[in-house]
Write a protein that binds this ligand. Structure first.
Ligand SMILES: O=C(O)c1ccccc1N[C@@H]1O[C@H](COP(=O)(O)O)[C@@H](O)[C@H]1O
Length: 220
């Protein structure tokens, strides 16, 4: 496995899925949230997941979804893991983990050091935490807003579970974000798009290259 784990989220087309896989993404994310411009139907998701299977981990991103709907995604799309990006409780996460027997990643919104305390509750039940910026006021989306937070907050963070950094990352800042946060896993959605919800193949390639080269430099 690569030394930095890279997730490209919100893929909606075969071309951009292929680009993410060919670039060497470790995880690819499918968004099941109708308010998102990256939302995919179950049939689209099945096709995209089949392309990725065996090449990258398929992540199903959901927001406060009930267990029945999660079950349908699990049966039809067969993701490798779930990303919970809403206000799911630790109990709901534990229930999904037991029901599906798959790893779960919980997003935690960060704007100050205090928010990192919330992460400790989720670290008990989730397999990985995902740190994202708080959404701007009035946003319909709890994530995928292209907004970043102070990466220095994560430096020297002592948690029992690994974390992934997200929020406002793009090819031009991912190197600095990795250095400042100490992250060993990064996630991007809007930073590799040319329009809202429309992924850009060149930006996907540039993001993966920038993230990988940063680790090589940092590790010298
Ligand atoms: O991408 C979306 O549309 C989305 C919708 C609802 C919840 C989360 C979503 N995306 C996740 O948000 C973060 C940050 O995204 P960005 O790079 O700042 O655009 C990332 O983890 C996505 O997986």
């Amino acid at each position: 496995m690569s030394e930095i784990m890279i997730k490209i989220c919100g893929l909606t087309t075969e071309d951009t899925m292929r680009a993410a896989l060919d670039a060497g993404a470790d995880m690819v994310g499918l968004v099941f949230f109708p308010k998102s411009p990256r939302h995919v139907s179950l049939s689209q998701a099945c096709k995209l997941a089949d392309m990725a299977r065996g090449r990258a981990q398929v992540v199903a991103l959901t927001v406060n979804m009930d267990l029945d709907s999660l079950s349908r995604i699990n049966e039809l799309v067969r993701p490798d893991l779930f990303q919970f990006h809403g206000s799911e409780t630790p109990e709901a996460i534990a229930a999904a983990k037991v029901m599906f027997g798959k790893p779960v990643m919980k997003a935690v919104a960060i704007s100050s050091a205090d928010d990192l305390e919330e992460a400790r509750f989720f670290a008990v039940v989730a397999d990985r935490l995902l740190f994202d910026a708080k959404p701007p006021k009035g946003s319909d989306l709890p994530g995928g807003n292209g907004v970043s937070f102070d990466w220095d907050l994560l430096k020297d963070l002592d948690l029992p579970k690994p974390f992934m950094l997200s929020g406002g990352l793009d090819p031009s800042n991912v190197a600095e974000a990795i250095r400042r946060s100490g992250a060993r896993a990064v996630d991007v959605s809007s930073g590799v798009e040319r329009d809202k919800g429309v992924k850009d193949i060149e930006k996907i390639k540039a993001f993966v290259a920038a993230a990988r080269s940063t680790f090589a430099v940092a590790g010298e």
